[in-house]
Design a binder for this molecule. Sequence first.
Ligand code: ADP
Length: 190
Amino acid sequence: MVLEQRGVTIWFTGLSGAGKTTIAKFLEKDLRKQKYKVELLDGDIVRQNLSKDLGFSKENREENIRRIGFVANLLTRNDVIVIVSAISPYRQIRDEVRLQIRDFVEVYVNAPLSVCEKRDVKGLYKKARTGEIKGFTGIDDFYEPPLNPEVECQTDCETITESVTKVWTQLKRFGYVHSEREALTPIRNA
Ligand code: ADP
């Protein structure tokens, strides 16, 4: 374990397909390689477990974020680096969570809707366009971008390596990691 590890929640927000999970997973691997204690809370996995009972209404989405924030806070105050990857579309609830967690780094994973839709990693945009899925963020539900994120990744014009390094550099600037990111993880579109 790294001596004197400080806990922090690194919260990735952005449209579906923007690149949250991709960046989060590489960051997790790189941190583990440098022996940091890390936990990744992925929105999709949380919804299959902790938030199984919740749908996608505004109230339910907010409750989902509140639960993720609660767990992230417990881990953060025990000096774990927590990575959250969740669309988290609404500004107010994100800001509520930010106020609860002492060490919080918001990462806006930004890509235009047209790019996310073209990627359509999970085939969900297609379903949203045909009306098979209702209330899909960016199509028939809104997304409120962060106003002052600590990091912004523009994944339509950055490589994955550039995006991961950008987050790492800020973590180092804030004193959560101590060394440079080692490019140990081979990244395909690097
Ligand atoms: P999300 O978790 O936001 O729904 P994913 O990470 O599942 O999105 O998918 C993002 C897609 O975009 C992946 O296919 C990834 O390879 C691609 N991509 C291209 N450039 C980047 C980048 N700079 N950062 C993250 N993902 C990128």
